[in-house]
Design a protein around this ligand. Structure first.
Ligand SMILES: Nc1ncnc2c1ncn2[C@@H]1O[C@H](COP(=O)(O)OP(=O)(O)OP(=O)(O)O)[C@@H](O)[C@H]1O
Ligand SMILES: [Mg+2]
Length: 473
């Protein structure tokens, strides 16, 4: 059974129960109300009867009381079945034309000194409710007045009253139920549709189709869920792209040096057999050496990163002279700057305190950042390496930054570049050379040194990678 049907059924059953309960309550309240009303009517007519008889008795005229009994009974028939008066000296004055008189009435008349009521079934099977009360003139007992009301007649009137209400309640309940079922069905559709869309989208993702978007424009929880779902799809898509990028980078980084090694090995074998000139063989050996260094670096990078992420990297800690490292690296890259026609410079204060950390790792950080700066700048661009006691982090930190006037980064990319294998796809560098591991390694090394790294950039206007390191660990 689907969600929509389940919801409609549950709401309809609930509605049915509520309608039943409300109808029953209205119905029994109405019945009680009608019963009370008829009982009050009965008391009122008995009182009227009693006062009329009292007045008649004052006139000491027996015919008068008979005609009152007669007229009241005939007017109020069939509500009043019988009425009668038994005088002190046992004379009985009754309503005429009453078949019960000989049985019920006469038998039931007793001397009564206080008002009494009684219910009984007459010999004709009729249910009677009887009032009996003494008529007193001062202290003097004059007789008893008895009136028998038909309980069956009153019940039939109540029945008539409530059957009308019953019909009305039935009609209203039916309309409410139909409206309720339609409403529940509509609501179920409203609720189940986005869930259905989400389920379809999730199924597509499960089948490997990442090109999905759940189009639900609502401000409630389902809207929030759909929005979060869409955001999640974007993340999954990015991760998927990253995975593809990773696979292609890794396979490229492994395949190209291996291909070089393989090719030049063949060439060397052939060279030995055919006695190629030693310069040519030396060139091949150098290429093999470079390729194996590239392979080793790549594998080391992956292993280092895994170790650092797992917290298993052991630092060779000691004093690190950042200014010396910067001078050394500038020297190393000088020839490349000349070759690529780029301006490499550094800015250092007169003296700088050493920091505490792993010197080789700090060198790796600066090297990675400078090599990136070379990679993402054009001819004629400038690269500056600077260091100073951090102005914003106080005297306990040194701040180092590598600024270039290269292609720059978008705001979003300044945060993403530190992710593993992330590389910006730029129109100029569609697929930048490298694996996208450099900055992740840098990030992890800085983290190990309890420092912080970030990038400040503007597209087309260059990038500045800045990091701070505590002087004491
Ligand atoms: N100075 C920079 N200017 C512009 N973009 C940069 C700069 N430095 C890094 N990036 C961007 O950040 C990405 C990630 O850099 P990262 O150093 O992690 O990888 P990579 O240089 O591509 O490869 P690897 O360092 O593993 O050889 C780069 O591919 C590039 O898109
Ligand atoms: Mg790099």
């Amino acid at each position: 059974m689907n969600l929509r049907l389940k919801f409609t059924l549950s709401v309809s059953i609930l509605l049915l129960l509520v309608i039943f309960f409300v109808s029953y309550t209205i119905f029994s309240a109405q019945k009680n109300f009608l019963t009370l009303q008829f009982e009050e009517d009965r008391v009122r007519s008995y009182r009227f009867f009693f006062h009329s008889c009292e007045e008649a008795l004052k006139s000491e005229n027996d015919n008068h009381i008979v005609s009152i009994i007669d007229s009241i009974v005939s007017i109020q028939k069939p509500a009043i079945v019988y009425a009668g008066y038994v005088s002190e000296d046992k004379n009985i004055f009754t309503s005429r034309d009453d078949r019960n008189i000989g049985s019920a009435f006469v038998l039931r008349i007793k001397k009564v000194f206080s008002p009494k009521t009684d219910s009984y079934e007459s010999i004709t099977g009729e249910h009677i409710f009887e009032y009996a009360a003494p008529i007193m003139f001062g202290d003097k007992y004059k007789g008893t007045l008895v009136v028998g009301f038909s309980q069956d007649y009153m019940e039939s009137l109540i029945q008539q009253g409530i059957s009308l209400i019953y019909k009305q309640i039935k009609a209203v309940a039916f309309i409410a139920l139909i409206l309720g079922i339609f409403g529940a069905n509509f609501m179920a559709r409203q609720l189940s549709k986005p869930i259905q869309l989400l389920a379809q989208a999730a199924k597509k993702i499960g089948e490997g189709d990442m090109d999905v978007n759940v189009d639900v424009k609502r401000s409630d929880e389902l809207g929030v869920l759909s929005k979060t779902f869409n955001e999640m799809i974007i993340k999954v898509r990015e991760t998927d792209e990253l995975k593809d990028g990773f696979v292609s980078s890794v396979s490229h980084e492994l395949r190209s040096p291996l291909a070089a090694i393989d090719g030049y090995c063949d060439l060397l074998i052939e060279g030995v057999e055919k006695n190629y000139p030693p310069q040519q063989q030396l060139k091949g050996l150098k290429i093999i050496k470079d390729a194996s260094i590239r392979l080793t670096n790549f594998i080391n990078n992956i292993l280092d990163l895994a170790k650092m992420k797992a917290g298993k990297f052991e630092m060779k800690a000691g004093p690190v002279f950042v200014d010396e490292i910067i001078r050394e690296i500038t020297l190393l890259f000088e020839s490349l700057a000349v070759a690529q026609n780029k301006i490499l410079s550094f800015k250092l204060p007169q003296s700088m305190p050493p920091i505490y950390g792993d010197s080789e790792k700090i060198k790796q950080v600066v090297t990675n950042l400078v090599s990136n700066a070379f990679k993402f700048t054009k001819e004629g661009d400038g690269i500056t390496i600077s260091a100073m006691i951090s102005p914003s982090y106080g005297n306990d930190f040194v701040e180092i930054w590598i600024a270039d006037t290269g292609i720059g980064l978008s705001k979003r990319d300044t945060e993403k570049v530190f992710e593993k294998f992330y590389q910006v796809k730029d129109s100029e560098f569609k697929k930048p050379k490298g694996t996208g591991l450099g900055l992740s390694i840098v990030y992890e090394i800085i983290k190990l040194h309890h420092g912080r790294i970030w990038a400040e950039s503007e597209l087309g206007a260059g990038t500045s990678f800045k990091f701070v390191l505590p002087i004491r660990s």
